[in-house]
Design a protein around this ligand. Structure first.
Ligand SMILES: [Zn+2]
Ligand SMILES: [Zn+2]
Length: 372
């Protein structure tokens, strides 16, 4: 701890009346949580006595599963303050640590299958490099691929897409800082809940059963903390969704799942000030896009379609027979009106296009879109 400097405010940092300073359990003067930083005053750090790794001066010892859980605990700590109080720094570390936690846990399972599988090229795997940690390891996408194909772990297309997106966000964040979706607190919360939900199930089904009873019990404190944090994050998302229910339920047949935050809050309303491409937004996360991008994102993110199929299959989006919108119609879209029934949905008309489509008597072509 550095000595107080001459720039201290008039009320000395360790003065008993200074409201920003408190005495911790060890008798040290520390900053009250949430107070402004003061030179010479260490920030109060709370720790969970049930978690050995948080004890001051604890040994650095993180076996892979503990290491992954520690990242996830950091994620919930950064997000459980709710969006209104979550800072840019919280968002940054929530995304970075979620990506790191996911990678560590998925690779731990892959390593159980065979240690060589975590190498970028398993044919060139070297045990020495594994022990030293100097290995060139496989990408997050390849990790998921090997888990599915070699370890036969059930990972749905939606979960794989969410994990891939997370790794992309992490890279973007490291190279370009907090921009785009990663800077959207609502989208980060919602997607974090989705990935955390998957990882908790992955831990319960794939990783924890491989540990002895004692090791499993030791991790229970961490697991409870993460489950509690997930419930908390979910409750924020739920609270905001409830606030939107009135608006969304008035337009159930025009409300679809959002490809960004994965909530049923993307409302595609007709625009009386007709534009070439209709803009629509998710009321929860605010993601806004023109009709062709909305169709493409829905098909790729939610239906798992290949945006550029090379096997000759038709892309999941196409020109709408009703309005002529280029690439604005997607087959397999579900709306809030009947989430069980996939329909052909146009993000430009907007709405369900019933098939077979009967064109109106007058010819309608793109460039002569009827007034909506
Ligand atoms: Zn959204
Ligand atoms: Zn259309």
């Amino acid at each position: 701890m550095t000595e107080p400097t001459a720039e201290l405010p008039s009320l000395a940092a360790d003065h008993p009346d200074n409201p920003s300073v408190m005495i911790d359990v060890h008798g040290a003067h520390v900053a009250v949580p949430g107070s402004l930083r003061q030179p010479g005053v260490v920030q109060q750090r709370v720790y969970d006595p049930g978690r050995t790794v948080e004890h001051p001066g604890s040994e650095v010892h993180f076996p892979p599963i503990n290491n992954g859980l520690d990242y996830l605990i950091s994620v919930v700590e950064h997000l459980e303050a709710d969006e209104e109080r979550v800072s840019a720094r919280d968002l940054k570390y929530a995304v970075l640590h979620l990506a790191a936690g996911a990678e560590v846990l998925l690779k731990a399972r892959l390593q159980q299958e065979h240690w060589a599988l975590v190498f970028k090229d398993p044919a060139r795997a070297s045990h020495d490099e594994l022990v030293k940690g100097t290995l060139l390891s496989c990408s997050p996408e390849e990790t998921v691929n090997r888990l599915q194909k070699i370890a036969r772990v059930q990972i749905s297309a939606g979960e794989a897409a969410a994990l891939k997106k997370l790794a992309e966000h992490r890279n973007a964040l490291q190279h370009y800082g907090l921009i785009g979706e990663a800077a959207n607190a609502r989208a980060v919360e919602s997607k974090t809940a989705e990935v955390l939900d998957f990882l908790i199930r992955f831990l319960d089904e794939q990783l924890l059963p491989t540990l002895g009873q004692e090791a499993r019990e030791a991790l229970e404190v961490d697991m409870e903390r993460i489950r509690g944090g997930l419930l908390q994050i979910r409750s924020f998302v739920k609270k905001r969704l409830q606030r939107l229910q009135g608006t969304l339920s008035a337009h159930r047949e025009l409300t679809v799942e959002c490809s960004e935050c994965r909530q049923w809050a993307h409302l595609v309303l007709p625009d009386p000030n007709e534009k070439a491409l209709l803009l629509s937004s998710c009321l929860l996360c605010g993601a806004t896009m023109p009709s062709d991008s909305a169709a493409l994102c829905y098909a790729v993110e939610l239906l798992g379609s290949d945006p550029f199929p090379v096997d000759g299959s038709a892309p999941a989006y196409e020109t709408c027979p009703a309005c002529g919108g280029p690439d604005t119609l997607v087959r397999g879209v579900r709306t809030l009106a009947d989430p069980e029934r996939p329909v052909a949905f146009c993000f430009q008309c907007p709405g369900e296009v019933r098939e077979p489509y009967e064109p109106p008597a007058a010819d309608v072509d793109w460039g002569n879109v009827p007034k909506l």
